[in-house]
Design a binder for this molecule. Structure first.
Ligand SMILES: NC(=O)c1ccc[n+]([C@@H]2O[C@H](COP(=O)([O-])OP(=O)(O)OC[C@H]3O[C@@H](n4cnc5c(N)ncnc54)[C@H](OP(=O)(O)O)[C@@H]3O)[C@@H](O)[C@H]2O)c1
Length: 281
């Protein structure tokens, strides 16, 4: 069904692939932080009421996990209040909101993949601010898709695989964290999944990632293997590789609601990263 869809953060990594996947079938209103700052409640309300989209997809966020520790006000303004503003506007025009959330709303202390209704407990400002966004949606809207995803990489943005391949150009050894486990997720695959979900009215909270899981260290080794790059990967703990924001040790997301609602699982992360490395090398 053709829809008028407003995408926020459309020049971000996921926003870019959402645009590519949706532009043939739908009429898109593409906005950026310059044309629609989601922290500006008045403008958000005015813009959305005036354009009256059938659906809003929020791919805007303050995504610098370490930066959020320093710029807490900005983190909560964008990831919390910004999402509230969009929810208020969607309520006003009775349109569903698709919102992208994160594995970092969990504390990481689990030994099996997290399901959608597991207890949440973010350990970083980024995670807390993203949770605030989820909570605003639950408070305001009935018609929403909250999609928690993880470890994103795609063509249009900085990300872990790109960083690894860049570092390998002038390092023979690279230290990589081994005690954080999750699922690398390719933004075109996620965007394709979102395009299927929005054709339905199966509202709710979803975990959506590629299949499989690995540590950052295993992921780096696999990237170098498929890129045929000779680099020694030295495993270190997250504690040794000190960063401002703590990350969950285990944040694999079981895509339970996705499967329960009859959608096909996204392909294995190893297949997806192969395609990506081919494209960028
Ligand atoms: N990256 C990951 O590994 C990861 C993992 C799990 C979940 N997620 C979630 O997935 C979503 C997409 O992430 P991504 O990696 O594609 O992010 P991204 O590349 O950083 O893009 C985010 C976009 O949001 C825009 N933005 C920032 N502040 C804004 C504001 N006040 N108003 C409007 N737009 C604003 C940015 O525009 P400017 O560049 O102009 O500031 C940017 O284009 C986010 O919700 C993120 O939290 C990401």
């Amino acid at each position: 069904m053709n829809m008028k869809i407003l995408i926020t953060g459309s020049n971000g990594m996921l926003g870019h692939d959402l645009t590519k996947v949706l532009e043939d079938r739908h009429d898109l209103i593409l906005t950026t932080s310059k044309t629609l700052d989601i922290t500006d409640r008045e403008h958000v309300l005015e813009f959305i009421v005036e354009n009256k989209p059938d659906l809003v997809i929020n791919s805007a966020a303050y995504t610098n996990v370490d930066g959020c520790e320093e710029n807490q006000d900005m983190a909560y303004a964008v990831n919390g209040e910004g999402v509230r503003n969009l929810a208020i506007a969607c309520k006003e025009i009775d349109s569903p909101l698709v919102h992208i959330s994160t594995d970092y709303i969990f504390n990481g202390e689990n030994t099996r993949p997290w399901v959608e209704d597991d207890e949440i407990g973010p350990i970083s400002v980024y995670g807390k601010s993203k949770l605030q966004g989820e909570e605003a949606i639950l408070e305001i809207l009935d018609k929403y898709f909250i999609i928690r995803t993880a470890w994103l990489y795609g063509l249009n943005g900085g990300n872990f695989p790109k960083t690894m391949l860049e570092l390998a150009k002038n390092h023979s050894e690279i230290t990589v964290v081994y005690d954080e486990v999750g699922t690398p997720t390719y933004t075109p695959d996620l965007a394709q999944g979102i395009s299927e979900l929005i054709e339905t009215d199966c509202y709710g909270t979803y975990h959506l990632t590629n299949s499989g899981s690995c540590s950052w260290c295993e992921f780096a080794r696999y990237i170098f293997e498929i890129a045929d790059v000779d680099v020694k990967v030295i495993p270190v703990t997250a504690a040794e590789f000190a960063r401002p924001a703590p990350r969950p040790h285990y944040s694999v997301l079981e895509n339970r609601n996705w499967i329960k609602n009859g959608f096909e699982p996204l392909r294995d992360y190893k297949e997806a990263i192969k395609e990506y490395v081919e494209l960028i090398k």
